[in-house]
Design a protein. Structure first.
Ligand SMILES: Nc1ncnc2c1ncn2[C@@H]1O[C@H](COP(=O)(O)OP(=O)(O)OP(=O)(O)O)[C@@H](O)[C@H]1O
Ligand SMILES: [Mg+2]
Length: 265
């Protein structure tokens, strides 16, 4: 007889040192406050869903975390290091990786080449897409492993532009994994993906989180997908953090329901 242990109840707050600490984060552009006083601690290995109506500031929050938008006030700490003023490349080197809301692969390059270039950048050395790939190449090995992880091992020689939307999203995840990030920010990874591909992509993201132990922050409008994956849900509204709690408590929160006007929850 096999006994299965009950899944641990998700904690309402992370215990111990957070891998990512966001304190009073604010971004004002041209007089408009697009992210307002957001504070959030994320525990190592935690999965935090970031939801909110269109224009709530979710992508802007990710842009602040990854260094693509300047911080007006507040701090961002990654694994104990203050990265508030660090550039995007320095943050990536420190273990913060992200994908974008719209697909961003080199369509004219091969699937494996796309991933190998990311691995090469991480491992150091020059970026030479024209250089012949040798099987002994470390970057090649990293690329193969990342492609295997997302289920694209058999598509390595295909042109990235020939992939379906769902497979392009998997390729983006492989590119991200090749840089070995401790914390991954996924901005609408299901955007543009056909209904039939959502389950496969969800499984890949679950594996990246559970099996590889990476910390994940993910923006997604597919609530069923998100609520099944997330330990906690951060709700953004008008640039501010409206709620931060377990999926069950957040979806039952009348203030959150009001923010959505019954649209999506
Ligand atoms: N670089 C920028 N300059 C000026 N305003 C910006 C900039 N980036 C975002 N904004 C504004 O900030 C607000 C939040 O936008 P953001 O893209 O972060 O929302 P979102 O929650 O990701 O929405 P969606 O669900 O539609 O992707 C919007 O009003 C947007 O126009
Ligand atoms: Mg967005």
């Amino acid at each position: 007889m096999t006994t299965s242990l009950p899944a641990p109840a998700p904690a309402a707050r992370p215990a111990g040192e957070p891998v990512l600490r966001v304190a009073g984060l604010t971004c004002a552009i041209g007089g408009a406050v697009i992210v307002s006083d957001v504070s959030l601690d994320v525990a190592p290995g935690e999965f935090v869903a970031v939801i909110g109506p269109n224009g709530a500031g979710k992508t802007s929050l990710f842009n602040l975390l990854s260094g693509l938008l300047p911080v007006t006030a507040g701090t961002i700490t990654l694994d104990g290091t203050d990265i508030t003023r660090a550039g995007p490349a320095a943050r990536a080197r420190l273990g913060l990786g992200r994908t974008f809301q719209s697909s961003s692969v080199f369509a004219g390059l091969g699937v494996r080449e796309n991933v190998r270039l990311a691995a090469q950048a991480r491992l150091g050395g020059s970026l030479r897409p024209w250089q012949r790939v040798r099987p002994s190449d470390r970057a090649f090995e990293v690329a193969e492993r990342a492609l295997g992880r997302v289920g694209l091992a058999a598509r390595g020689d295909a042109l990235a532009g020939s992939l379906s939307h769902g497979d392009k999203r998997k390729l983006e995840l492989a590119i991200l994994l090749a840089t070995d990030p401790a914390v991954v920010l996924l901005d609408e990874p299901m955007a543009g993906v056909s209904t039939g591909e959502v389950a496969g992509l969800t499984q890949v993201i679950a594996d990246v989180h559970r099996e590889e132990g990476r910390t994940v922050l993910m923006v997604e409008h597919h609530m069923d997908v998100l609520l099944g994956l997330a330990d906690r849900v951060a709700v953004m509204h008008h640039g501010a953090l409206l709620a931060l709690d377990t999926p069950a408590r957040v979806t039952a929160d009348p203030v959150v329901q009001e923010a959505y006007l019954g649209d999506q929850l």
